[in-house]
Design a protein around this ligand. Structure first.
Ligand code: FAD
Length: 280
């Protein structure tokens, strides 16, 4: 199988901090990760624009430090007008790379928004700005939790690509075969854009289990049992996590993945250790 892109792409994702202390901590994280020379940093976006200012402010700070940065944008609980404003604002700042998502409604919020799916958002952005933006979208090797059937989810992914996505970043997973199978199936239906695997380092088992239950990413039984068995022994959890995730990344790159996207959770340590172990 050949899933090689012309150039491998390595990116680090942050969320916009809510406090001045969080901003300061993220600056230190960025200083450390910038030394690794990533292709870009990306900054998440809260449902309904809840982090709109924080996302943009973080992206602008990263750019001021001389790094390439891509804001995320999501259409859930948003009007066309508010999305048009966000897109205009990004464009006015000379931002040319974004990650376009549907987003998830926080529990208790019942406003769906005017655009239903990420494919509608990609079409909307292309309609408003033509080829200005390089647009990345999400992909799900283990399928999205709301998808009724794998084929429907793949069809939804294809719709996003046809709407104008240039690249995709996957939800995290710990089984490399799920990724390779997904890429093969995507290629079989004519999807040619690079599909970069999303990587979640492991630091804390209860947090990882919570995330995974919510987003449908499987923690394989053998990993879950090992992690549970460590109890409060955080040093062993971290050491095991580094071994498992480094091995995953190695297999993905060896198998031809066109890069890696790290969900850093605003921490530099695990990502830089994995990076060094991979010899990147
Ligand atoms: P979609 O592609 O719209 O898919 C959502 C669901 O709808 C899927 O089940 C799909 O199969 C189905 N679907 C899509 N189109 C159709 C159709 N035409 N007919 C029937 N069904 C359809 N969330 C945030 O809030 N902020 C972020 O910054 C953020 N960043 C992310 C970054 C990455 C790399 C990833 C992988 C996820 C991110 N998320 C973020 C989470 C994401 O918003 C959720 O996973 C969300 O549930 C789905 O978003 P999507 O863009 O994949 O949606």
């Amino acid at each position: 199988m050949n899933v090689n892109a012309p150039r491998r792409e390595f990116s680090f994702e942050f969320f916009p901090p809510k406090t001045p202390e969080g901003m300061e901590k993220l600056r230190a994280t960025r200083r450390q990760l910038a030394q690794l020379g990533p292709t870009f940093f990306s900054v998440t976006y809260g449902a309904g624009g809840s982090t709109r200012e924080g996302t943009l402010a973080t992206v602008l700070e990263i750019r001021a430090e001389g790094q390439h940065a891509a804001p995320h944008v999501s259409c859930v609980a948003a009007t066309r007008e508010s999305l048009a404003e966000v897109i205009r604002e990004y464009k006015a700042h000379g931002i040319r790379h974004i990650v376009a998502l549907r987003g998830d409604l926080p529990s208790g919020l019942a406003v769906a928004g005017e655009l239903r799916y990420a494919s509608d958002l990609v079409r909307f952005i292309r309609g408003a700005t033509g080829d200005w933006f390089h647009i990345e979208v999400a992909a799900y090797p283990e399928y999205h939790p709301q998808a009724r059937k794998p084929d429907q989810d793949l069809a939804a992914f294809k719709t996003k690509v046809e709407a104008g996505a240039d690249g995709a970043i996957t939800q995290y997973f710990y089984n490399p075969d799920a990724y390779f199978h997904f890429v093969e199936r995507a290629q079989a239906v004519g999807i040619e854009i690079p599909i970069v695997p999303g990587i979640m380092p492991i630091n804390n088992f209860s947090q990882l289990a919570r995330f995974s239950d919510a987003c449908g990413a499987e923690i394989p039984r053998w990993m879950r049992l090992k992690l549970e068995g460590y109890g409060d022994d955080t040093a062993s959890i971290k050491a095991f996590g580094l071994d498992v995730v480094t091995d995953l990344c190695d297999r993905l790159l060896t198998g031809g993945a066109p890069g890696l996207h790290f969900y850093t959770l605003n921490q530099a340590g695990p990502t830089s250790t994995i990076w060094q172990r991979l010899g990147l």
